[in-house]
Design a protein around this ligand. Structure first.
Ligand code: NAD
Length: 282
């Protein structure tokens, strides 16, 4: 069994990006810039934002935090996004979700300049993914594809069962698998006999947010299991897969933590450097 080490792989990606930024920044007179908007005090969001800022610093991306109180109005939030859209030192804009109740996240996401949409959530980015055109890709599924590639796991011709159909993971994951010539199957809470679908899969991407949902009897011998889930339980952090039970049956698997999570952040950095290159013409 191969442990797909997202932590180490993300470190390698950061080192590559750091070297890239060190070459590009002096040539173009500035480093890449990422604006991070955090509204309210959600503890998990604060941790995510801190990790993203640390990762940026690591590779030489200037991350500028914009921390707004939970009672910020839609109007003020939109005004900030407009300001960042117009700011030439900002290559990427990240709006940390979820937003506090009363704020319209979809409206805000659609307001972000598509050229700065490093999270890949804008309808234009999603449309480009659907059409197979270059563009910003949602960080978690793109991080999964990057991890597979770095371990030489080619999805071509494989049946890939994705559990979960969210706009940020499940749906874009299916499109990215399709782009790599896999046969993706999206399953969800209304899928009939989900276990049978999984047993037939060469690759399973579990992204539903239910601790230890994927059990050994649902996994084919030699399958590849990607565990996207992050669940906080009384026993600590755990994924959507029953890792201990499944690990001896599979050919490769991601751990939680240390699997998809670090790859997601690494992909945000990749997207930010991509945006920067487009803005400076590198
Ligand atoms: P979501 O709640 O938006 O979507 C969950 C999906 O799972 C839904 O489509 C739902 O139909 C499906 N689902 C729920 N219960 C199910 C069941 N019993 N059987 C089959 N399908 C079921 O969640 P999300 O934002 O896509 O995130 C999913 C998980 O991935 C969460 O644990 C989240 O914390 C984690 N996540 C991790 C990262 C990372 O960086 N590692 C990034 C994003 C999300």
């Amino acid at each position: 069994m191969i442990l797909l080490d997202g932590k180490e792989t993300a470190k390698t990606i950061r080192e590559e990006l750091k070297a890239e930024v060190e070459t590009l920044a002096p040539k173009h007179g500035r480093a890449p810039g990422l604006a991070v908007i955090l509204v309210g005090e959600d503890p998990a969001s604060q941790v995510y934002v801190r990790n993203k800022e640390k990762a940026c610093e690591n590779v030489g991306i200037v991350s500028v935090p914009h921390k707004l109180p939970a009672d910020t109005s839609q109007e003020d939030l939109e005004a900030l996004i407009e300001k960042l859209n117009a700011d030439g030192s900002v290559d990427g804009i990240l709006l940390q979700l979820p937003l506090p109740r009363g704020l319209d996240s979809q409206r805000c996401l659609e307001l972000i300049d598509p050229g700065k949409d490093v999270d890949g959530f804008h309808p234009i980015s999603v449309g480009k993914l659907t059409l197979g055109l270059p563009g910003f890709r949602s960080c978690t599924p793109a991080g999964v594809m990057n991890l597979l590639e770095r371990y030489d796991i080619d999805p071509s011709g494989k049946k890939c069962v994705i559990i979960g159909r969210s706009n940020i993971v499940g749906k874009p994951q299916a499109l990215m698998m399709l782009a790599k010539n896999a046969t993706p199957v999206i399953t969800h809470s209304r899928t009939k006999d989900l276990a049978r679908e999984c047993r037939d899969a060469d690759i399973i991407v579990a992204a539903l947010g239910r601790p230890k949902f994927l059990t050994a009897d649902m996994v084919k011998e030699g399958a590849v299991v990607i565990d996207v889930g992050i669940n906080r339980t009384d026993e600590g952090l755990c994924g959507d897969c029953d890792f201990e039970a499944v690990k001896d049956k599979v050919s490769a698997i991601t751990p939680v933590p240390g699997g998809v999570g670090p790859m997601t952040i690494a992909q945000l950095l990749v997207n930010t450097v991509q945006a920067y290159r487009e803005h400076v013409g590198a």
